[in-house]
Design a protein. Sequence first.
Length: 402
Amino acid sequence: MPENQIEEWDRLHRFGYQRQLLGEWESAKRYYEQALVLKPDYAFAQLALTQLRMMQTCFREGRELYETRFAARDDQGGFDWRQLPTPRWHGESLKGKHLHLWVEQGFGDVIMYAGFLRWFLAQQPSRITLSMFPKMMTLFARSFPQIAIESLQDIGHYALSPAILDTFPQLLKLAQQTGMEDDLEPMRRDYERVRQRGKPDYAAPMGDLMVHGLPDFVPAQRQAAYLTAEPERMVETRKHLQQSGAGRLVGISWHTPNVESGSVRNIPLEQWIPILSVSGCHFIALQHNVLPLEIKNFCTENRYNITVPQFDVVQDTEGLVTLTAAMDEVITIDNSNAHLAGALGVPTTLLLPKGCDFRWPVLQDGVDTLWYSSVKVERQETPMDWFPVIQRVAGRLRRRIA
């Protein structure tokens, strides 16, 4: 939309987001509220205000309003949970019940929400079925053997399951009478699959686990790692990395392609030099969406060594999981690497801008995050000024090596 065609409520929302990126929370809140005065059903401002409330109250308020995330989706062509012929779960007891969950949002969000799965398993459901992104299925099947992991691409079977269960036996009788049983063979396979799975009592997107899990269950306080790498492959990866250079294995990540907040979250490699200068470390790039040639050119110009994986970390989830689990520690900006490392229990330093995401509120009593016990946070004090943060992280890394 051209600038001169932006509606006033949208303009106010954008002003609010700009203030939020600078860490000016109260100013951001006022802009969001003004936008909603002009257009009470403006979903983007509703969601922004909801997330701000959750952040400012450490998720005590606003969780129930998190439903606005669906109305504010940019991806309106994505799967709509309302298409499922199963009652929406609203926090009812799960004992003896079959809950069907499906993934939503991105890689990091799925990992964060997964921190609640063990608590819900403890409620003794008869079954939890999780429709998962195909590239993450192996990881979740290994980490949660009690949960039935299915491909998100097969979610249509759930939408059709009542019809299949109700109509197939009748069609089969008719086919037997007419000698056309073979024609029903594809439908028979679907019927057997649906029958074995059983009909879910409830269905919900994964984000609802957070809505109903907090504040009774805070993942960082109740569990350590909850995702698991393949042990033998991880050991072999460590051996291989240690052969190419002795020292502490430190995974690093410095970039997100997010067009809205990347400008405040990203830390150019040039600013990492105090960290990369710490001797006794072997640095490994866990980075998505950065060309290996860019890293190679930086290392050549500055005489640093950063090992680049010989696989596509975006597509090869198992490779990334193995590599991350093999690290002695991870230092990363706010991106999916922080969530993966935390869920794997790898000691992690998270570098946050002053205007950080709602997932990272300032907590009390020395607690750094709600989600991961192994993640420690280093926060910007002045917007866009990473120098003090990098100096602190480099100093602490140096002391760990000593």
